[in-house]
Design a protein around this ligand. Structure first.
Ligand code: 2P0
Length: 348
């Protein structure tokens, strides 16, 4: 296993008084997670598979404060409130429950990815929080246990525990007994040299959260069942294509899986539509690239931004074409990145 796949999680046995700092990167799913079978435990309906990026890290510091009456959370230096705070405190409660401790925490998070724009800030966010909080409270999970723990914060965070490509197993069943079966692990890939050209066409927060959108889709979309069934086949074919480093097949599967996921949302009642005019302009440019013989394949998440999978050698050309198609977009080039890393467990 390459170093890229290694999640560094040091066991400590007792809580680290000075706290712990962890860094995690977002991941982009090539076979999507869309739909839960258990909201409380964040158990998905289907397996998913992603590539962790080497850009947009989240850095999170967690320090225990015996004198504090409640958790103090800042996001980019600004005190967290509302739903963001509620989710982080609920996650810390879970960690405290496992550690048998009640002491409150001071959490500082620096995100470099635009929050809430379908660029998976919750994946890097909860992966970093899980690693830092587990270390600060002395849990010492192995990488699999850390992936299960991160899942409880946000499903996609389970995959950001690992670098390179990762599969998140849905597992089976519901309730507490099903928790153990749902975790991510690295996926072996052949000699691929991929890049993801990320076109941020709108960095603003989305109108409908992915949590609400997936709930509505599962509950009301007549296309959800067929997509979930075809996603199972996509995952098997994707793993095989990755192993033989077949970028064209990886891209074809990723694009159809993403378009299918958006079709399920469009058929939800009421419809959820994340795709914007600029999204379609970029999708057209991807078709033109393919017509010109460049392997380029698009995927979109819970937002209007487009990620274009291509060979590393083609990334600059793909980025230039995408910029031409959406002149107001900000374009980034990402490559496979590392798993979550604990920077320290005893002081900043
Ligand atoms: C994914 N997305 O596989 C899919 C594709 C968005 C579209 O995972 O409710 O923030 O916290 O488990 O992980 C976004 O969902 O949702 C997501 P929760 P999460 O990347």
């Amino acid at each position: 296993m390459s170093e890229q796949h290694t999640a560094v999680v040091r066991p400590s046995g007792r809580y680290a008084a000075a706290g712990a700092t962890a860094v995690a990167h977002p991941n982009i799913a090539l076979v999507k997670y869309w739909g839960k079978r258990d909201e409380e435990l964040v158990l998905p309906r289907t397996d998913s598979l992603s590539m962790t990026l080497d850009i947009f890290p989240t850095t999170t510091h967690v320090r225990l404060d015996a004198a504090a009456r409640r958790d103090e959370v800042t996001l980019g230096g600004v005190p967290a409130t509302g739903e963001a705070l509620r989710r982080i405190v609920a996650f810390l409660d879970l960690v405290r429950d496992r550690a048998g401790l009640s002491v409150r925490a001071v959490v500082d998070t620096e995100n470099t990815v635009p929050t809430g724009a379908g660029l998976a800030s919750s994946a890097s966010g909860f992966a970093a929080l899980a690693a830092a909080a587990a270390a600060a409270y002395g849990l010492g999970p192995d990488a699999t246990a850390l992936s299960r723990l991160a899942r409880r914060g946000s499903g996609s965070a389970s995959r950001s525990v690992f670098g390179g490509f990762a599969v998140w197993h849905a597992g089976a069943g519901t309730g507490a007994g099903a928790d153990a079966g749902s975790y991510a692990e690295p996926v072996p890939a052949g000699d691929l040299d991929p890049a993801l050209v990320i076109a941020v066409v709108d960095a603003g927060p989305k109108a409908v959260s992915s949590r609400e959108a997936m709930r509505r889709t599962v509950a009301t979309s007549p296309l959800y069942g067929p997509w979930a069934a075809s996603s199972k086949d996509d995952l098997v074919a994707m793993r095989a294509a990755l192993l033989r480093a077949d970028l064209d097949t990886v891209g074809e599967i990723a694009e159809r899986n993403a378009l299918g996921m958006h079709a399920t949302m469009l058929a939800a009642r009421p419809a959820v539509r994340y795709l914007a005019p600029a999204t379609l302009m970029v999708l057209d440019s991807v078709l033109r690239l393919r017509r010109d013989g460049i392997a380029a394949y698009a995927t979109m998440d819970a937002g209007p931004n487009v990620k274009v999978l291509c060979r590393r050698a083609d990334a600059d050309r793909v980025a230039a074409v995408v910029r031409g198609a959406a002149p107001r977009a900000t374009v980034h080039i990402a490559r496979p990145g590392p798993g979550v890393r604990l920077l320290n467990a005893g002081g900043r």
